[in-house]
Structures are given as structure tokens and as C-alpha cells.
Design a protein around this ligand. Structure first.
Ligand SMILES: *[C@@H]1O[C@H](CO)[C@@H](O)[C@H](O)[C@H]1NC(C)=O
Ligand SMILES: *[C@@H]1O[C@H](CO)[C@@H](O)[C@H](O)[C@H]1NC(C)=O
Ligand SMILES: CC(=O)N[C@H]1CO[C@H](CO)[C@@H](O)[C@@H]1O
Length: 275
């Protein structure tokens, strides 16, 4: 009985997605998974993050079925380290458990051949989580399916500062080389850009091999970006559906994509004008 129902749901989803795909399908959707703690309080369960993780797996499946190639999630902000130590610890433990689960044979990662990235200051993670994170990136680095980028110990301002630092180091190295080779002989390479440019910075952002998000969805009705992808979101279609993250479901995702499709001609015009 349950498999019949499951098959019906699956068929229904396929029909729905084929209707959606008449319009433009976003390449990249980013999620701020807000509301896990409020959900836990409201439903009196001990951990909202665990339910939040199942919601994430469903959302990932829908996204990949629709044909979205990049999904980015805000899992843990640098500011979240200021929460109670027990809470930080239990979130970290859960994160490690779930990352390890994602690497198992039957997981969604293997099913879709997902390549996993982790964006953030990974040095802030404890050793156990960092090792899992590194293993996940290494183990999925040859996968050619969709890309899942998980922001942990992340803030956008930290990402930008990190990119500036990298760019400056690179320029300094370049200047040193120029002094060593060229200057004495009066030879300076033509077109050498010694100042840090936007292109340099973008090359050193964590998102360097990823298009900017077409849609950013923040659940629980909040309207702030909270230091998430500030550089990458200039032309993103922002959505703030009211359900808490564990309640975010297929229809909310479909609604967000329809809304993006309605705004698409305008978004296209805007981003073209700015280039
Ligand atoms: C990925 O490919 C490289 C080069 O072909 C190889 O050395 C490495 O072992 C592969 N990694 C995994 C996890 O399969
Ligand atoms: C897009 O730009 C063109 C030319 O600038 C304009 O005619 C058209 O109305 C614009 N479309 C939208 C949806 O803004
Ligand atoms: C620990 C782990 O997930 N190892 C996997 C890494 O990837 C190879 C194949 O790419 C699997 O065989 C391992 O099980």
C-alpha cells in the first residue's frame, strides 16, 4: 500500500516538474534553513536540527529532480559559535554524524553523484567535524553530478576578508617576482595589474567555481540575509516563505520557482544592464 502511494507521489512530482520545466529552471538555489529551534520549541521535540536534516534531504531530492545543478545551504554561521556551548557541541556532533551518513553507499550523495563543498573558516571546527568535512570533499571530488555547497563556520564578510587576504598575498608574490626578474633590466611585463581587482577577489571566494544563486530562500518568514552570500546575491530572487525549515515542503519549493519564473524577464534585464 505504501509503495503504491509512494509511486503515485513520484508520478505526480514528475508531472509537476515537467510542467515547471516549460519555464526557466534555476541553476542555483541557496537556502537559509531558518526555524529549526523554533520548530523544536513549538513541537516539544528535543532537537529540531534532526528534523531539519530530513527536510533538507527531501528538498535536495526535489531540486535535483527538477534539474537544479547547484544547491547551497547555510548550515552554521560563525556567529552561531556564540550560542551555549552544549548547543554548539550537539550541533557539531549532529553535523559529523550526518556528513558521515551522506558518504554511505545508499545515500543521496551516491545516488546523484553529488560533489560536496564546504565553505567557511574550517579551522574553527573541532577536529572530528573537520576530518569528516575534509573526507567528504575528498571522497566526492570526482563526482560529476550536482554540487552541494555547505556553509559551515561561514559568514559572507569573513569570506570576503579571506579573499582579499589571498588576493593581496598573490599580488605581493607577483611584485616580488617582478622585482627579481624584470625591474633591474628595465623590463616590466605589459598589462600587469598590480592592484587587486574584482576578478582577483572573485577567484578567491569559496564560490569561485559556482554561478551566483538565482534564488535565495530563507524560511520562517525572515527577511534578512544575515551575512550569507552578500557578494553573490546582487541579482538573486529573494524568497521568504513563512513555514519553519522542517515544515518547508515540495509546494513551497514549487511556489518559489514559479515566482522566480515570473520575475525572470525582469531579472535578466537587470543583470544584463549591469554587466
Ligand atoms: C579522483 O581522481 C583522482 C585522479 O584521477 C584520483 O587520484 C583520486 O583517487 C580520485 N578520488 C576518489 C575519491 O575517487
Ligand atoms: C527589458 O528591457 C527591454 C529594453 O530595455 C524593455 O523593452 C522590456 O520592457 C524590458 N522587460 C522587462 C520585463 O522589464
Ligand atoms: C569513507 C568513504 O566514504 N569512502 C568511500 C570513498 O569513495 C570510494 C569510491 O569513490 C568508496 O568506495 C568509499 O567507500
Amino acid at each position: 500500500m505504501s509503495t503504491i502511494f509512494g509511486n503515485l507521489c513520484c508520478m505526480f512530482r514528475r508531472c509537476l516538474f515537467s510542467v515547471l520545466s516549460i519555464g526557466p529552471i534555476p541553476d542555483h538555489i541557496a537556502f537559509i534553513m531558518d526555524g529549526n529551534r523554533r520548530y523544536a520549541k513549538r513541537t516539544q521535540i528535543s532537537t529540531g536540527h534532526r528534523v531539519g536534516f530530513s527536510a533538507l534531504i527531501s528538498v535536495l531530492r526535489y531540486c535535483y529532480e527538477i534539474g537544479v545543478k547547484y544547491v547551497t545551504i547555510y548550515a552554521f554561521s560563525i556567529d552561531n559559535f556564540k550560542r551555549k556551548p552544549e548547543e554548539v557541541q550537539s550541533t557539531m556532533d549532529l553535523m559529523k554524524e550526518k556528513i558521515d551518513e551522506l558518504l554511505e553507499e545508499h545515500s543521496i550523495v551516491n545516488k546523484y553523484g553529488i560533489r560536496m563543498n564546504f565553505w567557511g573558516n574550517l579551522n574553527l571546527l573541532n577536529d572530528a567535524v573537520r576530518l569528516s568535512v575534509e573526507k567528504a570533499m575528498r571522497n566526492t571530488s570526482n563526482n560529476t553530478g550536482p554540487v552541494l555547497s555547505v556553509c559551515v563556520a561561514y559568514t559572507s564578510t569573513n569570506e570576503i576578508a579571506h579573499a582579499i587576504e589571498k588576493s593581496c598575498c598573490q599580488k605581493t608574490e607577483m611584485m616580488k617576482r617582478m622585482h627579481a626578474n624584470g625591474f633591474e633590466n628595465g623590463v616590466v611585463e605589459k598589462n600587469t595589474q598590480t592592484m587587486v581587482t574584482v576578478v582577483d577577489l572573485e577567484m578567491h571566494l569559496f564560490s569561485n567555481d559556482c554561478p551566483d544563486p538565482d534564488i535565495i530562500i530563507r524560511t520562517s518568514g525572515e527577511t534578512r540575509l544575515s551575512n550569507f552570500l552578500l557578494w553573490q546575491s546582487s541579482f538573486s530572487h529573494l524568497q521568504n516563505p513563512t513555514p519553519l525549515w522542517p515544515e518547508f515542503s515540495l509546494r513551497h519549493l514549487v511556489w518559489a520557482i514559479l515566482s522566480y519564473q515570473r520575475a525572470y524577464p525582469y531579472l535578466q534585464n537587470r543583470s544584463k544592464k549591469m554587466l
